[in-house]
Design a protein around this ligand. Structure first.
Ligand code: GLN
Ligand code: ZN
Length: 765
């Protein structure tokens, strides 16, 4: 069989050693210049092109590099820049950073808030939401894909530049402040298209042969309503552009394929990692056309080695129908969601290393796959077959006790002993809290000292005993602080936690960790997701000693603090051999034991955080119910083992919960806290529409800024909540944990919060 070519849709831009983070943060701190920053970027870009090329990939991306966010870069390119950012004479680079993260230089009269950020589809990557209005004056400020194409060319590397497509760009945008109410950014398509036309024409004039245009919005239901927009847009673009590879990813293209196959583009990319079942339908749909089909068989979202023999079969199936000249093998999406390279990891066992594949290894996979289809199986390909078989063996021999326990879960285990009103009575006597009780979400400022102690402990420069003493000391201070401020339900402050997911992963069986497996979350913030490799279980209590210690130094009630099963799952790289549901429920069983142990240790309020429950929501609405059912069941399984008198809390933040609010109710937590101070109106509307029958603390203090909310402001927020929710059910708390805040502003803010709660008790007595 004759060969096919290989393509990579995008690559991490952070650098193998987080070079970009370091360079960007040093620039922000005014320690280095813009030229210094560009110098670092230039090297990182050169290395990534050379290493992708070195792996033998045919289509190498360009234009996907960014200092902050690629969607933001498109807004800069197209001049979709809200006026408030252009008034201070900032450079183009600084305008981008100001939009991404805000900029405050009060001495120069600059006080710019950041633009809104949103999660990129169902990933933990955040993009900066473009703001569009009828006044947006689109023009081509720069042509970044062309610039990078030429940059790569100077190293002798031919690339396939990448754009985010015009329809997806506008659907992901929001109406700017100056837009009339009800304005839809997509209505700006006609004025945006000429800019794309110009940019693509420039590419063609420069000799670019292939361009990749991403239209991920097509994997969502809304895509199906956009046939007219797509048809219009791509007719214009195709006239001037190089050959267009039109890409979809993160899900299935569904019915949209019927109009997409008629677009005047060269190739269509589909995601066969997330949606392998769509192959037959898409092949059937495009068969009678001339379209090349690009098969996204190497996952851009997970870190498991691709089963290349299986991927080869998939490709051969397509080739049988379409011919080899109409098939390309590729990554399923950009690789930006995976760490740069496995070769940096020195602590994984050889067995573990053989299971995994990070971005650079994925490039090699795509290239070897293409070669193997052409008839020459490289050593890499042969080794892959062995590694996959070894991994399968390992999976089969994973923990049968955990699987048996999960199989034995009964429906009763998903429900508390009594309904909420009865539990509430039992809890009243147990906890003795006032009306409008005050509490915090868990963490208190993680100071330099705390981090330094942990770093020393990890390097064996501090004994376990001394480290734990230091943390106990910190816990005690946090307790005293809360007593002084006058909070009602206290927390221990989480000083011992590096991260709310990693901390639990490290203590559970079934997880492994990387040293340098960083993945960009937003801007210069990178995370290192744990990897779930086998059945999950708990060997011993994980948090009890800390909560118990905290309770021992105060007479006030203490709230235990756990991360929920769905959040642990969504912020880890999950296994690929069992469903997310199974992994989530295994986590639930481990947490269920922890919850019961906390109660038995005298902790009668226990919070199980689920801030990531919304982002795991499937991209297609028909799949929502299934997800929400097991996600809610997971929470209930984790929390239902306790007595009525134990108060179960949960916490949600930084997502729009309106559309899943009925599921939040179904969690049946006794108390939830939910971020609200940033999105006041929306949330009030949700409460008004859905009501809420258990206790609830809508956040009254935005913890994302050092700003101290005034007492009156907090009172106003409480008053607004009293309008829509029963006053007996209301709690007063911040939006989220205080980990990133300083002590001074925390103290002032919480004092105001406590005063406002006292006022509420009198006012609404
Ligand atoms: N308990 C966690 C904290 O306070 C919750 C963090 C979160 O919601 N992201 O830090
Ligand atoms: Zn939160």
């Amino acid at each position: 069989m004759s060969g096919v070519t290989s393509a990579v849709l995008g690559f991490p831009r952070i650098g193998p050693n987080r070079e970009i983070k370091k360079a960007v943060e040093s620039y922000w701190a005014f320690k280095t210049s813009a030229e210094d920053l560009q110098t670092v970027a230039k090297e990182v870009k050169q290395k990534r092109w050379e290493s992708i090329k070195g792996k033998g990939v045919d289509s190498i991306p360009a234009g996907d590099f960014t200092f902050y966010d690629h969607v933001l870069d498109h807004s800069i390119m197209f001049n979709a820049i809200p006026e408030r950012y252009t008034k201070n004479g900032l450079s183009q680079l600084d305008v981008a950073f100001a939009m991404g993260r805000g900029r405050q230089q009060l001495d120069q009269g600059i006080d710019l808030q950041a633009c809104e950020m949103k999660k990129w589809f169902d990933s933990n990557y955040h993009f900066v939401v473009p703001e569009i209005s009828p006044n947006t004056q689109f023009k081509l400020n720069r042509n970044q894909p062309l610039e990078e194409y030429q940059e790569a060319k100077s190293y002798g590397i031919t690339t396939r530049p990448v754009f985010l497509g015009p329809v997806s760009y506008l659907v992901l945008s929001k109406a700017a402040r100056d837009a009339p109410s009800g304005y839809k950014p997509l209505s700006a398509l006609d004025s945006l298209l000429p800019v794309y036309v110009e940019a693509l024409k420039q590419l063609k004039d420069a000799g670019v042969e292939n361009v990749q245009i991403d239209e991920p919005i097509l994997v969502q239901d809304i895509g199906e309503t956009l046939s007219a927009e797509y048809t219009k847009a791509y007719k214009q673009l195709a006239e001037v552009a190089p050959k267009i590879t039109f890409t979809t990813y993160f899900g299935r293209i569904g019915k949209s394929v019927d109009f997409v196959k008629e677009l005047p583009v060269h190739a269509l990319h589909i995601d066969l990692d997330r949606a392998p079942d769509q192959l037959d339908d898409v092949v059937a749909a495009v068969k009678s056309t001339k379209l090349v089909l690009e098969l996204g068989v190497v996952s851009g979202r997970n870190i498991w080695k691709t089963d290349l023999a299986a991927a080869k079969k998939v490709a051969e199936k397509a080739i049988n129908e379409l011919g080899a000249d109409r098939v390309v093998v590729a990554t399923s999406s950009s690789l930006l969601h995976t760490p740069v390279t496995l070769t940096s990891e020195t602590r994984l066992t050889p067995e573990q290393t053989a299971w995994l594949s990070f971005a650079l290894e994925k490039c090699e996979e795509v290239a070897s796959l293409a070669q193997a289809i052409g008839g020459s199986e490289s050593d890499y390909f042969k080794q892959n077959t062995k590694d996959i078989a070894a991994r399968r063996d390992f999976e089969r021999t994973s923990d049968s006790a955990v699987r048996d326990r999960l199989a034995a879960v009964t429906p009763e285990m998903l429900s508390r002993k009594s309904p909420f009103p009865q539990r509430r009575e039992a809890q009243k006597t147990h906890l003795d809290l006032p009306k409008f009780p005050t509490t915090t979400i868990g963490s208190f400022p993680q100071t330099k000292e705390i981090r330094a102690a942990r770093a020393k402990f990890n390097k064996n420069e501090l004994s376990k005993e001394d480290y734990e003493k230091a943390m106990e000391n910190e816990v005690e201070q946090v307790v005293r602080f809360q007593e002084k401020v006058g909070l009602d339900l206290l927390v221990h402050g989480e000083p011992e936690r590096n991260d709310m997911v990693q901390y639990f992963g490290e203590q559970l069986n079934g997880f492994i960790f990387t040293q340098l497996g960083w993945v960009q979350s937003y801007g210069s913030r990178y995370v290192r997701p744990p990897i779930i490799v086998s059945d999950v279980s708990r060997s011993q209590p994980m948090t009890v000693r800390w909560s118990q210690y905290a309770q021992s130094v105060t007479k006030k009630p203490m709230k235990g603090m756990l991360t929920g099963p769905v959040t642990i799952l969504n912020w880890s790289f999950p296994r690929a051999d069992v469903s997310r549901e199974v992994q989530s429920k295994q986590l639930s069983l481990a947490l269920r034991d922890e919850v019961v142990d906390l109660q038995n240790a005298g902790i009668y309020a226990i919070q199980v955080d689920e801030p990531a429950i919304r982002e795991g929501l499937p991209l297609r609405k028909v799949d929502w119910d299934n997800y929400l059912t097991w996600a809610v069941d997971s929470f209930r399984l984790a929390t239902s083992g306790v007595e009525d008198s134990t108060q179960v809390h949960s916490h949600f933040c930084y997502s729009d919960f309106a559309d899943i609010f009925p599921s939040i109710q179904r969690l049946d937590a006794d108390v939830i806290s939910i971020e609200a101070s940033k999105s006041d109106l929306k949330l009030l509307e949700t409460f008004r529409n859905h009501g809420y029958s258990n206790e609830i603390g809508p956040g009254v203090y935005d913890i994302h800024s050092p700003r101290v909310p005034g007492e009156q402001e907090i009172k106003d927020r409480i008053a607004a909540m009293v309008e829509v929710l029963p006053k007996d059910l209301l709690w007063v708390n911040p939006d989220c944990g205080l980990k990133t805040r300083g002590w001074k502003e925390t103290e002032e803010s919480l004092q105001n919060l406590v005063q406002a709660a006292r006022w509420a008790r009198e006012t609404y007595a």
